[in-house]
Design a protein around this ligand. Structure first.
Ligand SMILES: Cc1ncc(COP(=O)(O)O)c(C=O)c1O
Length: 358
C-alpha cells in the first residue's frame, strides 16, 4: 500500500539544513493565517494550567462546538485528532466490504487493511474532474453487499466536493454506514457541502471534522465527530479514554470555534488567493488544473516534460515544498498538489513553476 502524507518538515530541515520556519510548506494544506489570535491569546494566558487535569466533561469546549455546528452536544464525539476517530469508527463497524474512493486520503485504506476488510475501490475519473457518479456508487453498494462507504468531502487530493442534497439521497437509499470526512469543508460553502445537518435525518451517518487545516491547529490533535445515531455514539464513547483531549486543546478549542471574524477572514483570504493561482496556472499550456473546493489545488503535467517528483526537487532549494502525488492510488507521477500560503509565497511559487516548466 502506498502512503500519502504531506512533507515531514523535520526530515527536510535535517537533510537540507533549513531552519523549519524558512520552509514554505505547500504540501500540508494548513491555513497560512495560522490559528485564531484570540484563541492563542487565551492559551498564552493559561500556560500555567499545564499541571491541571482538563474538565472531564469538556463543558466549555462542547458549548463552543455546539454553537459553531448548530448541533447539540449529545451528538458530538470529541477525539484526539480526526485520524483517531477514523480508526476507532472503522474498527467498531468492522465492515466485511467497504468502498473507498481513489485517489483519496490514505489512512482509510490502512485502517481497513488492519482489520482485513475487503476494500472495493471506486476509481474517480479524471476526465470528469474526479466527480462522484451517484448511480454508479449506489450500484456498487448493492452489488457488493457493502456495509461502509468512506468519503472525503471536499476530497483530498482532488478538491472535488459533492453537494449535501446529492449525498442525502444516496445515504437514505442505502442500508450501510457512511463515514464522511469533512476535514476541509470550512474552505468550501459549508451550507451546500456539509453533511452535518443530515445527521438529524440519517441514522447511518458519521461526519468527521478536524481542526488541523482550517483552524491551523494540527499540533493540539483535536477533532470531533457528529452522529444522530445514539447507539453508535454510545459505542464509540464507550472506548474513549478519560481526559482524551489535553488541556491546551480544550482551551484553544473553546475559543477558536466561536471566533467568527477569524473564520470569515481565513475563508475569504484562501479563496481569493486560490482563484488567482488557478487562473495564472491555467495559462500554462502544459498543465491541467483541476477545480477545487478546498485550500489546495491538484495539477497534472500534461506533456510529461518533467515529473512531479522532479518539479518538487527543483523547488526544494528555494525551501518550497509541494506534494508529489505519485503515491496516491489512481494518480501517476505527473500529478502534484499545492496548498494556498501567504500572498508573497504564492506569487513566488507561481513564478518558479512558470520558469521550471518553460
Ligand atoms: C482528508 C483528511 N482527513 C484527516 C486528516 C488528518 O487530520 P487530523 O490531523 O485531524 O488527524 C487529513 C490530514 O492530512 C486529511 O487530509
Amino acid at each position: 500500500m502506498k502512503s500519502s502524507h504531506g512533507a515531514n518538515l523535520f526530515e527536510i530541515q535535517k537533510e537540507y539544513g533549513f531552519n523549519i520556519d524558512e520552509i514554505k510548506d505547500f504540501s500540508s494544506n494548513v491555513n497560512p493565517l495560522g490559528p485564531s489570535p484570540k484563541a492563542i491569546k487565551k492559551l498564552e494566558q493559561n500556560l500555567n494550567k499545564v499541571g491541571v487535569y482538563p474538565d472531564p466533561n469538556y463543558d466549555k469546549l462542547l458549548s463552543s462546538i455546539e454553537k459553531y455546528t448548530n448541533v447539540s452536544r449529545n451528538k458530538i464525539l470529541l477525539t484526539s485528532g480526526s485520524t483517531n476517530l477514523i480508526s476507532s469508527f472503522i474498527s467498531l463497524i468492522n465492515p466485511k466490504n467497504a468502498i473507498i474512493f481513489n485517489p483519496s486520503y490514505s489512512e482509510y485504506e490502512r485502517e481497513l487493511k488492519k482489520i482485513n476488510s475487503n476494500i472495493i475501490s471506486y476509481d474517480l475519473d479524471k476526465s470528469n474532474d474526479f466527480s462522484i457518479n451517484c448511480e454508479k456508487l449506489s450500484k456498487m453498494i448493492k452489488e457488493n453487499d457493502v456495509s461502509l462507504v468512506v468519503l472525503t468531502n471536499p476530497n483530498n487530493p482532488t478538491g472535488y466536493a459533492i453537494e449535501n442534497e446529492k449525498l442525502e439521497s444516496i445515504i437514505k437509499a442505502n442500508d450501510c454506514y457512511f463515514m464522511i470526512d469533512e476535514t476541509y469543508v470550512e474552505f468550501s460553502d459549508i451550507d451546500k457541502y456539509s453533511a452535518v445537518k443530515l445527521t438529524d435525518k440519517c441514522d447511518n451517518l458519521l461526519v468527521i471534522r478536524s481542526t488541523s487545516k482550517f483552524f491551523a491547529a494540527a499540533g493540539i490533535r483535536l477533532g470531533y465527530g457528529i452522529t444522530g445515531n445514539k447507539k453508535l455514539y454510545d459505542d464509540i464513547n464507550k472506548h474513549t479514554n478519560l481526559w482524551n483531549i489535553n488541556i491546551f486543546a480544550d482551551i484553544l478549542g473553546s475559543e477558536m470555534f466561536t471566533d467568527t471574524d477569524y473564520h470569515k477572514k481565513v475563508y475569504e483570504f484562501v479563496n481569493r488567493e486560490k482563484t488567482k493561482m488557478i487562473s495564472t496556472l491555467e495559462k500554462i499550456d502544459c498543465i491541467k488544473v483541476y477545480p477545487s473546493k478546498s485550500n489546495f489545488v491538484l495539477c497534472e503535467i500534461l506533456d510529461k516534460r518533467i515529473t512531479a517528483h522532479e518539479l518538487r526537487e527543483q523547488l526544494i532549494p528555494h525551501a518550497f515544498i509541494i506534494r508529489d502525488c505519485a503515491s496516491f492510488n489512481n494518480l501517476n507521477e505527473y500529478f502534484f498538489r499545492f496548498c494556498i500560503l501567504d500572498e508573497e509565497s504564492n506569487n513566488k511559487l507561481l513564478k518558479l513553476i512558470e520558469e521550471i516548466l518553460k
